[in-house]
Design a protein around this ligand. Sequence first.
Ligand SMILES: [Ca+2]
Ligand SMILES: [Ca+2]
Length: 189
Amino acid sequence: MVVLAAVAAAVLALEGRGAEPASAASCSLNNISDYAKPTLRIQGEGLCSDHAEAFKVYCSAGTVMVDYAFIDTNDLSGTHDTGALCGEVQSVTVDGLGGADRIEMTNVGTSRTINGGDGGDTVLVRNGARDNVDCGADVDSIQADQHSVDSAANCEISDFLPEATAPTKAKKKCKKRRHHHRCRKHNKH
Ligand SMILES: [Ca+2]
Ligand SMILES: [Ca+2]
């Protein structure tokens, strides 16, 4: 009886020791097996639904990579190789789900969709190409290209680039040459 109790205690101790890594693993990126499909979906959270997470999606050596971490603790910080080729993947979607997430999307050469989900998220999509962003619930902020390039919904604090206008550019060229006391068209002869 005493021996059995001792064995049981030892098993419990082992389980207790193993509990922490198992729990951490369940909080890692979801759908990691979907990475290599033409339609790439990156979901955060797992069972840790309210964690603030950081995602950065980018191309490295022709492959879509994801830097991922918990913002507050830097746990699970690391780079994930999705196995999807930047030239072949047809779309990339990031779902931040709950928590105040930080989602940074570079131009990975295909259509991109970002869903912030619950929590006050920060979405960074100033990458010179079109992104479709839905910041989701709560007070979210976005840094984007021009309104004519990126589309954003439910992003309460927005920082868009101003639209470029042709007349402004022409004026600048003229101004640049002012110290020569003449504008471009006068320099022709
Ligand atoms: Ca963009
Ligand atoms: Ca949100």
